[in-house]
Structure formats: C-alpha cells, structure tokens
Design a protein around this ligand. Structure first.
Ligand code: TYM
Length: 330
C-alpha cells in the first residue's frame, strides 16, 4: 500500500470545522487504501508558547478526536510526534540543507510573525516547515492529505527531498500534497474571506467540534451572509452563503446544486438551520466518543505508545539511511 502522512497541532481544546473538513474527514476515507501515519505534532505546537499541563491534555484530546472521528488505531498508525526522536533528528539535517532566504519565503511564518511582532517569533517558528518536511520524509510518504494552507510547506518538502536525493543519492520518496478541490479551505463564519482558524481575533466565526450543540447553532445562525437574499453558490460575490453551502454539501453528502435548489426562494435562516443540523449530526457522535476515550487515559496512552513503537521502526530505518548517506558515523 502507498504511504500517506498527515498531522495536526494539539494547540487547542477542540479541533475546528476547517480541520475536520479539510483534513480529518479525508483521512478517515483514505485509511483503508493506504499505509497511513497520522501524527499529533506537539513539537510543532511548542513553536509558540504553551502551558505545559494544557499541552499534555490537548495532546490526548487531539488524539482522542482523531479516533472519535473515525481513525482506526488498528488500521492506521496514530502517534505523538515527540515519542519518535527521529523527527527532531532529521529536522536538524534538513535545516542544514535549507536556505535562509528559502525559509524566509514561507507565507505562514510571515503572517504569524507579523501578527505578533517579529521579535516575539521564535527560531522554532521559523524552522517549523522544515520539521514538517522531516515528518513526511521519514515515512517515505507518497501523498500528504492537507488543507490549502499547507500547500507551500509540502512544496518545500518536495524541494528538500529532491535536493537531498541529488546531492547524496536516491533516499527519499518525493511526496505530493493531496488537497481536495472545493473543501480545502473553510472560511470564518464572521469573516468569510479569511480561512477558519483557531487564531482568529474572535471565536464568533469558529465552529469547534467539541462545543455544545447550542453554542455551535448560535454561531451558525449569526453567520455573515449578504443583502441580496439569494441562495446560490458564488465564491466571489457571495462568500458567506457559498461557505455555508460548502459546509452543508460536505457534511450532508449532497451536491451544492441540489441544496441550492431545495432552498431556492427560502430565507438564509432556513439554510442556516439546515447547516446547523448537518453539523450537529456529524459532531454529536464525535463528542460522545471523545469523552469516552478521555475517560480512560491509560488505554489511550497505551494505544499511542504502541503506535509510536511502529512509527519508530519505520522512522529510525530512514534516519539510519540518511546518516549513512551523509557520512555521520554511528
Ligand atoms: P494545523 O494543525 O494548522 O491544521 C491541521 C489540518 O487542518 C487543515 N485546516 C483547514 N482545512 C480547511 N479549511 C480550514 N479553514 C483549515 N484550517 C486548517 C490544515 O490544512 C491541516 O491539514 N503544519 C500543519 C501540521 C503538520 C503536518 C505535518 C501536516 C505538521 N507536520 C506533516 C501534514 C504533514 C498544521 O499546522 O496544521
């Protein structure tokens, strides 16, 4: 089976709708056809300040949400990044192959460092995409299912793999980003020209998987739309309505056109109610299952440890090969 690798940061108490649609839902569909590695990237999370107790709790919560949403730990290798030392080790090697200017061109770093002031940004935040390249290359992944915002990082990963291969001989599979058209970018409900993100200024447009149903419903009912009152898909002219239609379509598993037809001539309030229903139908079982899993942290830790062992085998094999290629004696 071809290998896929993907990951999420454990940097909040709940995954959001963008994570769920852009990544997690894709992962659960792909896991039966691929040798899948899904990682909770806690080393990435510490590139910005984290409270230690919260980081530990959020690492387990993130893993629990993966499983609750349908990642089967018997099929896929679901593990925590810091439990596999090769990630940090390969990242160091790749740091030495990355140009300073090349790393400086990463738009996510530019956005994040501008938001908080360049002095507040750590060197770790700067080299973040290189650690991500290490994640992917250690498993010889052919494909990386992510949302649109990770495209540039996967491009960098490809460049680094090609560079290593041509300098030291064929070592890495050159991976491809797998970005689903149409759903790779879910927008903030209050600001439908910006992607839904946990670092948005307010949480009013952020839909969280683990929030209670009434909180989510309220946020959806207050979603920004437009003044023409027409229910049709038009990303440019009607970003708010189009975002709602996208969400409705993916979670309700119906084409956008069919939904637009059903709701033609009705108000935005009706459409929002429909969206709230499909969101709740998707999230309610995930919430319940997440709580069940978190009620038995020892069992969760055992699953994660077993997966880390498997990941370690694959990753340390690749790392040994890399060291040998470079001339780092063991
Ligand atoms: P993170 O934790 O920010 O997001 C996890 C995944 O969710 C996707 N995503 C979205 N998709 C659609 N619409 C949105 N509004 C939205 N917001 C987030 C992201 O594209 C991502 O797929 N750098 C990564 C984590 C990472 C990784 C990796 C991913 C580390 N190593 C190796 C793939 C392979 C990140 O910060 O994702």
């Amino acid at each position: 089976k071809p290998v896929i690798f993907s990951g999420m940061q454990p940097s909040s108490d709940s995954l959001h709708l963008g994570n769920y649609i852009g990544a997690l839902q894709q992962w659960t569909k792909m896991q039966k056809d691929y040798d899948a590695f899904f990682c909770v990237v806690n080393l990435h999370a510490i590139t910005v300040p984290q409270d230690p107790a919260e980081l530990a709790a959020r690492t387990r919560r993130t893993a629990a949400q993966y499983i609750a949403a349908g990642i089967d730990p018997a099929k896929s290798t679901l593990f925590v990044q810091s439990q596999v030392p090769a990630h940090a080790e390969l990242a160091w090697v790749l740091n030495t192959l990355t140009g300073f200017g090349e790393a400086s061109r990463m738009t996510q770093f530019k956005d994040k460092s501008q938001r908080n002031g360049a002095d507040a940004a750590s060197v770790g935040l700067f080299t973040y995409p290189i650690l991500m390249a290490a994640d992917i290359l250690l498993y010889q992944a052919a494909s990386v299912p992510v949302g649109e915002d990770q495209r540039q990082h996967v491009e960098l990963t490809r460049d680094l793999a090609n560079r290593f291969n041509s300098r030291f001989g064929e070592t890495f599979v050159v991976p491809e980003a797998q970005i689903q058209t149409g759903t790779a970018k879910i927008y903030d409900l209050q600001n439908p020209s910006a992607k839904m993100s946990k670092s948005a200024e307010t949480e009013a447009g952020l839909i969280k998987v683990l929030d209670p149903a009434n909180v989510t419903r309220k946020k959806i009912m207050r979603a920004v739309t437009d003044a023409d009152g027409e229910i049709r898909f038009d990303r440019e002219a009607k970003p708010g309505v189009s975002n709602l239609l996208t969400i409705f379509s993916v979670l309700g598993e119906r084409p956008v056109d069919a939904i637009a037809e059903e709701y033609a001539g009705r108000g935005y309030g009706d459409l929002k109610k429909g969206v709230a229903e499909v969101v709740e139908a998707s999230f309610a079982p995930v919430r319940t299952r997440t709580e069940e899993l978190l009620a038995d942290p020892a069992e969760l830790d055992r699953l994660l440890a077993a997966a880390a062992e498997r990941a370690n085998e694959v990753a340390s094999r690749t790392l040994a090969h890399v060291y040998e290629r470079i001339g780092l004696i063991r």
